[in-house]
Write a protein that binds this ligand. Structure first.
Ligand code: NCD
Length: 339
């Protein structure tokens, strides 16, 4: 039994550096299974309740894939209107019932604090897949895992990192959670680039300041000097009062190869939690960056499976048993190629 066994994952605030190292160590050990060099049935018979009450593609599917890769089964519900929440059922009741059908639950919901509220009624561990504009702890862990890996290629480490976060820092839950995790490291330089109206919330700014990190706040992409990581975000249009309001900001901070060459170092790693808004009026990460080797967005998305496998294995207390239940892979696969 580890500190993770049986516990919810609701916020990044529950982790310290040792816990993060442990998660990353287990995530790394999941690579042969994610790459189909081996398979494991350690979670044979276990059921994941994958409850997504808000749109999602990669978070939902990567939670499901991660559970399947460990040999477990996935039961899923998507959308609010097709669930009993639309009939007035409380989060507590839904949790009481669905936790009877599952061994673990992953959940996304549009309201801040909803996943924590749900967890109070749950009889099984609950992993927060995003609660409104509040937090997205598993994304932050996979982002940090990606940052660590990408920096290692460049001979650097997380301590001393300069990260530029760009776009909708007000409603973007991924940058809230990632910033808080980065506060655990040493000498981080945060350059926060957003329109004033979409600035990082005060509680995150205070966390950065209280941890003694360097902070640059600007509304100009020209303000970035020597960033190691450029973390681009999407305008979270679903959190605005109207489409017209969101449209005021879409396309404000586009990034393409020529802007990248002008404002970033030749090794600056480009990240984005995805989806990138590729419509003409937004085009926040242009397709001309696709051949840039520093574009890490698809490696980042792949890493989501490793980190979520690690969280499942740790939470269900099987992280030491994964290889004991190992089998051969017999089908054709070329997943060992790197992106
Ligand atoms: C993010 C989210 O849902 O917060 N996506 C994701 O989970 N990978 C970011 C976004 O939707 O813009």
């Amino acid at each position: 039994m580890s500190q993770f066994t049986g516990n919810h994952v609701l916020s990044v605030n529950q982790f310290d550096r040792d816990a993060i190292e442990k998660i990353f160590h287990v995530a790394h050990s999941m690579e042969p299974y994610a790459r189909r060099q081996k398979r494991t049935t350690v979670l044979d018979g276990a059921i994941l309740g994958n409850l997504f009450f808000e749109p999602s593609t990669r978070t939902r599917v990567s939670f499901g894939t991660a559970f399947n890769l460990l040999g477990g089964e996935v039961r899923e519900t998507t959308g609010m209107s097709s669930s009993a929440l639309a009939k007035g059922e409380s989060l507590f009741d839904t949790a009481r019932v669905l936790s009877g059908y599952s061994d673990i639950i992953a959940m996304r919901h549009p309201q801040a604090g909803s996943v924590a509220e749900f967890s109070e009624g749950s009889r099984v561990p609950v992993l927060n897949g995003g609660d409104g504009a509040n937090e997205h702890p598993t994304q932050a862990l996979l982002d940090l895992f990606t940052i660590k890996r990408e920096l290692e290629y460049n001979g650097k480490q997380i301590d001393g990192l300069h990260i530029a976060m760009i776009g909708d820092l007000r409603y973007g839950r991924t940058v809230h959670s990632l910033s808080k995790l980065l506060c655990l490291y040493k000498n981080i330089h945060f350059t926060l680039i957003s329109p004033k109206e979409l600035a990082m919330p005060d509680n995150v700014i205070s966390a950065i300041e209280n941890a003694g990190h360097k902070l640059t706040v600007t509304n100009q992409i020209e303000g970035v000097v020597n960033a190691d990581i450029c973390y681009q975000t999407r305008i979270q249009e679903e959190r605005f009062t109207s489409q017209a309001e969101a449209n005021k900001y879409r396309g404000r901070f586009r990034l393409n190869q020529s802007i990248y060459t002008r404002h970033f170092q030749s090794k600056t790693v480009i990240m984005h939690p995805l989806p990138r808004d590729s419509r003409m009026e937004a085009n926040e990460l242009d397709n001309d960056l696709n051949s840039n080797p520093n574009l890490a967005i698809f490696r980042q998305a792949d890493n989501g499976v490793l980190v979520r496998m690690a969280l499942f294995a740790l939470t269900l207390g099987v992280d030491d048993l994964v290889s004991k239940y190992e089998r051969e892979v017999v089908w054709y696969t070329n997943k060992s190629q790197s992106l």
